[in-house]
Design a binder for this molecule. Structure first.
Ligand code: CTP
Length: 398
């Protein structure tokens, strides 16, 4: 995404899942989008317009006649939007969209939209399965409307089956996919992310503060820009980004093997994981008992360096590493660049709140043979895009 924010029109319909639209709005904002909202009257019975107004920072369009600052809100909003997201989409609104009915602000605005439209249905399983609904979905698909979900599960009415609104992250990723430039089509990107867990015994382990957010943001951004993405993930609580193949690992040794194996089918490797540098030399195969073992030290052995081993095997391919430091950031980053043989080291100071573990922002410097580029603090999605821009630039020069 460029400096100008992408503009998303969020169309909220009257379903019990309307509250999830608040999280979709937040997720889109986190990804750097500006969001405006239109709602049906029924939707306002589930979540008040004031909530969306406060979250979006803009008036919410619920009527064609009293939108502040505009006499024709449906045209203004339709022309403003880069993408429209209908979430949750009811059977009724999908039927109206399929028939071109415009009898309130939301449906009139959607009829006026010429941007890509994403529909996230949420309804009772019988309403979803109804032949009329399915015919409307088919019609809309034929016209180029995209769908995300519905999922299967327990529905608000108590029924179990298809009709559950898609997950928030999935909806956000699907919306971003409609916005993103497809400039990485054909590129195979391998990413590692998260911490590793090094077993002391079957119950205890040594780990670090990494959450995996940076690596997941890179995987998500690469996928929505069209790359084929494999994510080797240490233990995290994050959802797999849409379109990403994920391989779960626990230890540094497992991550090493998974990365080296997957590198055969990759053009670029991006090592964002906080891999443990040391692992217990002889993990116990049963739980250590304090009454018996009186453990007062753990003998450690060094783990294999994944980044260095990928660099040794890379040939003409690109390898990007990270340097998470608390002092002498650039000196350490340069040292890692030279010592490990990476093409780029992304350096961040983890002692600063805006770039520490778990933050939704990062402030990084790109360190390569060409020099150092210090970037401002940005949301992780934008940092991911900057790194991928660097990769795209380098691969296109070859
Ligand atoms: N890295 C790796 N395998 C390891 C250790 C680190 O692939 N066993 C990678 C990280 O994913 C990161 C880069 O090496 O891309 C630098 O990691 P960092 O922890 O900052 O540095 P270390 O090499 O571990 O050195 P030090 O702990 O001395 O800073």
């Amino acid at each position: 995404m460029g400096a100008e924010k992408s503009r998303v029109l969020l169309a909220v319909c009257g379903g019990i899942a309307a509250y999830k639209a608040c999280e979709v709005l937040r997720g889109l904002q986190k990804a750097g989008c500006e969001v405006r909202v239109t709602m049906t009257d029924d939707a306002t019975r589930f979540v008040g317009a004031a909530t969306f107004e406060a979250l979006s920072g803009s008036p919410v369009a619920t009527s064609l006649y009293d939108y502040p600052g505009s006499a024709i809100p449906h045209i203004e909003l339709a022309e403003w939007a880069d993408v429209a997201v209908v979430a949750p989409a009811t059977a009724n609104v999908m039927a109206k969209m399929a028939c071109g009915i415009a009898d309130d602000c939301l449906t009139t605005t959607l009829l006026a939209c010429s941007c890509p439209v994403l529909v996230a249905p949420g309804m009772n399983v019988h309403m979803w399965r109804n032949a009329a609904t399915q015919a409307n979905v088919a019609t809309l698909r034929e016209r180029g409307v995209r769908f995300v979900g519905p999922d299967s599960g327990r529905l608000a009415c108590g029924d179990v089956g298809e009709g559950k609104l898609a997950g928030v992250d999935e909806m956000v990723a699907a919306a971003l996919a409609l916005l993103a430039p497809r400039d990485l089509v054909g590129l195979r990107v391998l990413v590692d992310a998260g911490p590793t867990h090094e077993a002391i015994d079957p119950v205890r382990y040594i780990a670090n503060r990494s959450t995996g957010k940076m690596g997941y943001a890179i995987a998500a951004a690469a996928a929505w820009r069209g790359a084929e993405v494999t994510l080797v993930s240490g233990p995290t609580s994050l959802a797999t980004p849409a379109g990403v193949r994920r391989i779960d690992v626990e230890s540094a040794a497992q991550m090493h093997d998974a990365m080296l194996a997957a590198f055969d089918a990759a053009d670029v490797a991006i090592c964002s994981a906080a891999v443990a540098d040391y692992t217990p030399a002889a993990p116990a195969d049963r739980k250590l008992k304090k009454s018996r073992e009186h453990l007062d030290a753990i003998r450690l052995t060094e783990t294999a360096d994944i980044l260095a081993d990928l660099c040794a095997a890379k040939g003409g391919r690109l390898v990007v590493g990270f340097a998470a430091e608390t002092d002498d950031l650039l000196a350490h980053a340069r040292e890692k660049l030279d010592h490990k043989g990476a093409d780029l080291v992304v350096a961040n100071d983890v002692s600063r709140p805006e770039s520490t573990f778990g933050a939704d922002t990062n402030r990084v410097a790109l360190v390569s043979a060409e020099g150092v580029e210090q970037l401002e603090t940005m949301p992780l999605a934008n940092v991911a895009d900057v790194i991928l821009d660097w990769v795209r630039h380098r691969t296109s020069r070859r």
